[in-house]
Write a protein that binds this ligand. Structure first.
Ligand code: ZN
Length: 563
């Protein structure tokens, strides 16, 4: 395939708005190619979108669907052409997730959290999502074996467990959610801060995070630890954020990437002592990021309207349910995690919600380097991913933000600085935040760019960046990004003008990390005992077999790769 004459933004390769041809041969970007030609003159051409943090598969999605028959009625689309029927808005069915991402020009999406024991289900749902390449991050932060290894200060055994856990879950990277909090929640409690010991385990969240980061680098994993902070969602929690980031300054990345990725930072950049004096501390967080280079973040932008929150942070969801008088689902996952689901609505008239809205945007606009901030809504926690084009328009247009602020409580100007920020992001910066940076943060070398050898994933938008000024015409930007003119996945047109044109089965990335045999042997001795005494299933039924993934891609890592 040849994509002719488009205005290409490929920031990873230093291409910013050049008119050029992109050739795709055998599914990858090539020097030259034959085959069909797509006329992209006067259109914006980007690498396929990459979402590094989205909740798209697993039991918590299903809990959300079951709890929300009201949501199922919002996004109903009948069977049409190649497409199966679609339902749902914040928690769509699996088919709808694939089609809707593809229509927006996204080709790769990573599920943000799966407990090992539930990964079989997570992969069944990932397999049911058409078109997209995907992967899943495996939860380790409240896991008994992790806490035991941390308590015993046994880094080799911890590393062996991480490697085993990634294999057992066919997971891609290490996700840590409110470390220790999931276990404390088993006793109806939570950890209060970084140095508050986990009940029954003599370890602190700080120790869990730090040792998992060391194990992550010892194993030379493609992605860094992926961290949801303690105290998330609470007023005043920005100090926990900064304290945690400081804790990780001595971690030396084993690959060319960050030492820690902080997810949905919006929920962790809160000031105030309670909801009455709740305020934005995004400027403090952005300032920290401007002065330090060991961390990246994603926004976790909120979108006014309906959302479904779902997280492994069980105690947080209990607090949300009580605060909002909402229905609530709670789940305790054997020796591994807890989780919860709470539907909610972000309301323009609510000063708290207005400040949350401002915080996400402030983080992206006040952090100078777009490579440090990925565009997300923590789908569907801050809002559904189909609203990304709205976030793009807000980031590119001061005027668009002012229009929105006019609908929000006046108190906002006292509790945030959003009104004073004039910065408008450019096309290249948006390409970084939605393509190049997420791929780099995840360590996906063939994603997020259009250099020779990259995956042939391209999105083409019907907007000419040489003619449209996004600052004054944000509606045009939002419309263009809502529906790609073409989305191309591995050289195949999968969406054209909003119509799904192809439904290939995407690949699933997982990380295959090797550790010394003696470390694995020691680990297995203690795991065997756990399965016999405590787990509800046997170890042989616990492992997700390779056959479960129809198109697996095993990324090599491990102690040997590190050397
Ligand atoms: Zn999340």
């Amino acid at each position: 395939m040849i994509i002719k004459g488009g205005v290409v933004y490929d920031p990873a390769n230093g291409v910013l708005g050049e008119e050029m041809d992109i050739c795709i041969d055998a599914g990858a970007v090539a020097e030259a190619a034959g085959g069909p030609t797509i006329d992209a003159r006067g259109m914006l051409v980007l690498p396929g979108g990459v979402d590094a943090h989205s909740h798209i598969a697993g039991p918590k999605l299903n809990a959300g669907r079951i709890m929300r028959p009201d949501d199922g009625r919002i996004g109903t689309e009948p069977r049409r052409g190649l497409c199966r029927p679609c339902t749902g808005y914040t928690v769509p069915n699996s088919s709808a997730i694939g089609y809707r991402y593809a229509r927006m020009g996204y080709t790769t999406v990573f599920e943000a959290a799966t407990p090992i024991i539930e990964s079989r289900h997570t992969h069944e749902e990932l397999e049911a999502i058409p078109i997209l390449d995907k992967g899943a991050l495996t939860l380790f932060g409240s896991n008994w074996t992790v806490m035991e290894c941390v308590g015993e200060k046994d880094l080799p055994k911890l590393s062996a467990y991480v490697a085993w856990g990634l294999r057992a879950s066919r997971g891609y990277g290490v996700k840590i959610v409110n470390p220790g909090g999931g276990e404390a929640w088993g006793f109806g409690s939570n950890v209060k801060g970084l140095h508050d010991p986990v009940p029954e385990f003599n370890v602190t969240p700080a120790e869990i995070i730090h040792e998992l980061a060391r194990a992550n680098e010892r194993l030379c994993l493609p992605h860094s630890i992926h961290l949801h902070f303690n105290n998330l969602g609470k007023p005043g929690n920005y100090s926990t954020a900064i304290e945690t980031l400081d804790l990780l300054k001595d971690i030396v990345p084993s690959r060319d990437r960050q030492a820690v990725h902080v997810t949905h930072m919006q929920f962790s950049a809160y000031g105030g002592t309670g909801w009455r004096d709740f305020e934005s501390k995004a400027p403090e967080i952005a300032d920290y990021y401007n002065k330090n280079d060991h961390a990246t973040m994603d926004m976790g932008q909120i979108i006014f309207g309906s959302a479904t929150t779902m997280t492994a942070d069980g105690p947080l969801e209990y607090a949300n349910a009580r605060l909002l008088h909402q229905k609530w689902s709670n789940h305790d996952i054997e020796l591994e995690e807890s989780s919860g689901v709470v539907p909610l609505v972000y309301i323009r008239g609510s000063p708290v919600n207005a400040v949350q809205w401002a915080i996400g945007l402030e983080l992206a606009l006040l952090t100078e380097d777009p490579w440090k901030v990925l565009l997300t809504t923590d789908n569907p926690n801050g809002g559904p991913f189909v609203k990304y084009p709205e976030v793009i328009a807000l980031l590119m247009s001061h005027k668009r933000r002012e229009e929105e602020m006019a609908k929000l409580p006046e108190l906002l100007s006292k509790r945030s600085v959003i009104g004073s920020i004039e910065r408008e992001l450019g096309w290249g910066e948006i390409a970084v935040m939605t393509r190049a940076a997420p791929a780099h943060v995840l360590g996906l070398k063939e994603k997020g760019h259009l250099g020779v050898g990259a995956d042939g994933d391209v999105s083409i938008y019907e907007i000419d960046p040489r003619e449209v000024d996004p600052g004054s015409d944000p509606a045009l930007v939002e419309r263009a990004f809502t529906q790609a003119k073409y989305t191309i996945k591995a050289g195949e047109v999968v969406s054209r003008d909003g119509e799904i044109a192809g439904i290939p089965q995407g690949r699933t990335f997982w990380t295959d990390a090797n550790v010394p045999e003696e470390d694995m042997a020691r680990l297995m001795a203690s795991l065997k005992e756990k399965f016999e005494k405590y787990y509800s299933i046997q170890m042989s039924n616990y492992m997700v077999q390779e056959a479960y993934l129809s198109r697996p891609v095993a990324v090599r890592a491990g102690v040997e790769v590190a050397q």
